[in-house]
Design a protein around this ligand. Structure first.
Ligand SMILES: Cc1cc2nc3c(=O)[nH]c(=O)nc-3n(C[C@H](O)[C@H](O)[C@H](O)COP(=O)(O)OP(=O)(O)OC[C@H]3O[C@@H](n4cnc5c(N)ncnc54)[C@H](O)[C@@H]3O)c2cc1C
Length: 395
């Protein structure tokens, strides 16, 4: 029996890890995990690379290390197409991989909405390569007197980036945050929005709400107001594009059934609605919840879905009943600069340095192997110790 998992992010990697831990009585299936990268990326900590708070090894452990001793086979390769009839995927290097079951978990991508200049002049923020591009651009711009940064999209990513970059640049930074909506964090509650607005104000971030982006040029962002015709240009040396998530093209082209927004339609057991031997989870899946809503797109959801997906694969193989996905929202955490964060947990809000420590601890607990958790935890502790000793010595 072969299980082929494409995408080693929160959905795919944690499905593979859960499967590898089951006490398989009969023949153990061959589990193959495919990803174009050689590292698992803990995306929620990507911002910390820009401030030097964390290093690549901490937030992106090599997949061969994470999978050591699990029996999961890792293949590095870029998937160019999926064949749900054969539970197979085709790689750009010409290889075809097949399984008895296929798990599709290649996540989402940042849409350009067909706006001119986005691909050429704006940088999305969801991969290590994006973070490295932003880092390089910031280093070039830091030679100048002022660094003008425009961030399009005032959701969590836009707000978190504005605060982190604000802390990095200090008084040198001129940061603007633009959105079509009339408020920042439109999909979040007041427990997060209030401290976020305060953090943005503290860093003098210009909030440019109700702005429609017309195009991006080498000089900056061309926009107009929601209710106006006149176009204006916001000059910027760095333009960040954080406007949400779309489904990758190869999913759009596959014969998997999609919902009205183009996401893979899955049943509550995470099976494709037209291919029961294909499972899909994470940012590309349209997953119904018992309350009649759809599962949000978040690492927390993908991480919880992974356990259900693994169980349902096991149950399918053993002809046992499958479980319906139940999402338990534990809370939301956002970083607000290098020392602060905000949390909304079961309706209660928490912000400041305590939320910052809580966020770090929660994320440490979600790292993919106990060895990696241990290495990162020790490093964070020793860093904190050295910092405190330095403060004590200089006082
Ligand atoms: C900057 C940022 C911050 C975030 N912060 C939070 C947060 O604080 N809390 C939270 O809950 N959520 C957060 N999210 C959302 C969260 O990261 C995603 O919802 C989550 O990663 C989705 O998991 P996934 O498995 O679907 O996709 P991913 O984790 O993105 O994994 C997809 C994997 O597929 C691989 N892949 C993609 N295309 C191919 C291909 N063609 N061939 C082979 N491999 C491929 C990728 O390399 C990747 O490893 C954040 C997102 C971003 C962008």
């Amino acid at each position: 029996m072969k299980i082929l998992i494409v995408g080693a992010g929160f959905g795919g990697l944690f499905t593979a890890l859960a499967l590898s831990q089951y006490p398989w009585k009969e023949e153990r299936p061959q589990i193959t995990l495919v990803d174009r990268e050689d590292r698992f990326l803990f995306v929620p900590l990507l911002y910390e690379l820009l401030t030097g708070e964390l290093q690549t090894w901490e937030i992106a452990p090599p997949l061969v290390e994470v999978l050591e001793g699990t029996g999961v086979e890792f293949i590095q390769g870029e998937v160019k197409a999926i064949d749900p009839d054969q539970q197979a995927c085709m790689l750009t290097d010409g290889r075809t991989l097949e399984g008895d079951y296929l798990v599709v978990a290649i996540g989402g991508q940042t849409p350009s909405f067909g706006i001119k200049g986005v691909t050429e002049y704006a940088i999305p923020f969801r991969t290590l390569a994006h973070a490295h591009r932003v880092e390089q651009r910031l280093r070039e711009l830091e030679q100048k007197e002022y660094v003008r940064v425009a961030i399009v999209g005032a959701g969590a990513s836009g707000v978190e980036l504005a605060c982190k970059i604000g802390d990095r640049l200090g008084s040198k930074g001129v940061i603007s945050l633009l959105d079509r909506a009339d408020i920042v964090l439109p999909n979040f509650d007041e427990n997060l929005r209030k401290p976020a607005i305060k953090a943005l104000e503290d860093r003098d971030v210009h909030l440019m709400m109700e702005k429609v982006i017309e195009k991006i040029t080498e000089e900056g962002v061309v926009y107009r107001s929601v209710d106006g015709e006149a176009m204006e240009t916001l000059p910027a040396g760095l333009i960040l594009w954080t406007v949400g998530t779309a489904v990758p093209e190869l999913i759009t082209q596959s014969s998997l059934e999609k919902d009205e927004r183009g996401y893979i339609q899955v049943t509550s057991t995470l099976q494709s609605s037209n291919y029961p031997r294909v499972f899909a989870l994470g940012d590309l899946a349209s997953c119904p919840l018992p309350e009649g809503k759809k599962a949000p797109l978040s690492a927390q959801v993908a991480y919880q879905q992974a356990d259900f997906c693994a169980w349902n694969l096991w149950a399918s193989i053993h002809k046992r009943p499958l479980l319906e996905f139940r999402y338990f929202e534990l809370g939301t955490l956002i970083s607000l600069g290098t020392t602060q964060a905000a949390a909304s947990i079961l309706g209660y809000g928490l912000s400041g340095p305590v939320a910052h420590i809580l966020r770090r601890l929660v994320y440490l607990g979600r790292m993919p192997s106990s060895k990696h958790q241990w290495q990162v935890g020790v490093n964070w502790l020793s860093d904190a110790l050295v910092r405190n000793l330095r403060t004590w010595a200089s006082s």
